[in-house]
Design a protein around this ligand. Structure first.
Ligand SMILES: O=c1ccn([C@@H]2O[C@H](COP(=O)(O)O)[C@@H](O)[C@H]2O)c(=O)[nH]1
Length: 237
């Protein structure tokens, strides 16, 4: 599969979401359904997006006791989604339970959605780790260790900053998926993101996929920005 540029559909309402996607008519996209969209529009939005031919990363970042995560993943597996995720901070038993739930819920003859784990949010930096999370280890070391724990637990890949992809490949191998938000062009506002790179840097660092929200969704001409970022992301490969 072509390494995807995944558009985060973080928009205020269904009308704005549909208006944005109309500008991409005829394009088969990879889209991210995050908490705000799923909690507002529910399971129907998955069906609507699939009928338009889009692939879906359902970004609900589950983090709960293993039993609850297993049962929830079993439910989510009945949706027609391609990627789903948990927080690695939930621990190895929770991640293994997520995988088990997905396997239990995937119908015979269908592909199990990929399971990925968030290492450290891209809005986190070393200072936040120390002061808010009370983690006194280098961020890159924590991300690399969480990626190893995810792999040991049967998870297919991680959400991380592209900055950490080489370290993750060292620990987990280059076929372990790395899905990277925190993507900006040089001219874009960074906002709440802390570990940020351009699409070209993400490619050069070896990311499997990138997630782009506001740079596209808040642009005056979203389709043009998407095309430009996709070109930087794909380069000449
Ligand atoms: O570590 C993480 C995990 C998830 N996200 C999500 O990606 C998008 C990024 O949006 P931008 O507007 O491009 O900043 C957003 O939906 C986040 O929930 C992340 O940013 N970092």
């Amino acid at each position: 599969m072509q390494r995807p540029l995944i558009i985060a559909l973080d928009l205020d309402d269904a009308a704005k979401r549909r208006a944005l996607l109309e500008q991409f008519e005829g394009e088969s996209l990879y889209v991210k359904v995050g908490m705000e969209l799923f909690y507002r529009e529910g399971r129907q939005v998955i069906q609507e997006l699939k009928e338009k031919g889009h692939q879906i990363f359902l970004d609900l970042k589950l983090h709960d006791i293993p039993n609850t995560v297993q049962r929830t993943m079993k439910e989510l597996a009945s949706l027609d989604i391609d990627i789903v995720n948990v927080h690695a901070a939930g621990g190895k038993k929770m991640m293994a339970a997520a995988r088990e739930g997905l396997e239990q819920g995937t119908k015979a003859g269908f592909d199990r959605p990929f399971l990925i784990a968030v290492t450290q949010l891209t809005s986190t930096d070393e200072e936040t780790m120390r002061s808010d999370l009370l983690i006194n280890r280098p961020l890159s070391e924590v991300v690399q260790s969480y990626a190893s724990f995810a792999k040991e637990s049967g998870v297919d890949g991680v959400v991380c900053s592209a900055k950490e992809v080489p370290l993750i490949h060292d620990a987990c191998g280059s076929s372990f998926y790395t899905v990277c938000p925190g993507i900006r062009r040089a001219e874009d506002a960074v906002g709440d993101q802390k570990r940020v790179v351009t699409p070209q840097e993400a490619r050069e660092l070896g990311s499997w996929g990138i997630v782009v929200g506001r740079s596209i969704t808040s642009a005056a001409e979203p389709f043009n920005v998407y095309q430009a970022m996709k070109q930087d992301w794909e380069g000449s490969r």
